[in-house]
Design a protein around this ligand. Structure first.
Ligand code: ZN
Length: 102
């Protein structure tokens, strides 16, 4: 066990670092895994894979309009391929873990 602030090795039972006084009892929360991009496919409002909902949510577009445009583009051929690519690339919405707020 090491102090998160100064890196000094500590007794595992200690709650504060003897060197700098930083609290060391609780492990720091892990960073959320999807901070790099907000673009993800929501678990609700899905028609097929949630790709339309992902873009609508990210850019504030109207979901119905996004779907209509997507349908038109997909019918033209290349759009269906683009949809599949987006389906693969865009991650699922992460499950939200309720915070106790300490
Ligand atoms: Zn310390």
């Amino acid at each position: 066990m090491f102090c998160p602030r100064c890196g000094k090795q500590l007794d595992p039972s200690s709650r504060f670092c003897a060197a700098c006084g930083a609290p060391v009892g609780a492990a720091p929360p892990p960073p959320p895994p999807f901070t790099a991009s907000k673009l993800f496919r929501p678990r609700q409002n899905r028609m097929i894979a949630g790709v339309c909902a992902a873009f609508a949510q990210e850019y504030g577009w109207d979901l119905t309009i996004v779907r209509i445009i997507t349908a038109i583009v997909c019918l033209s051929g290349a759009g269906a391929f683009a949809y599949l690519i987006a389906w693969i690339i865009i991650p699922d919405e992460p499950y939200t873990v309720p915070s106790n707020g300490l």
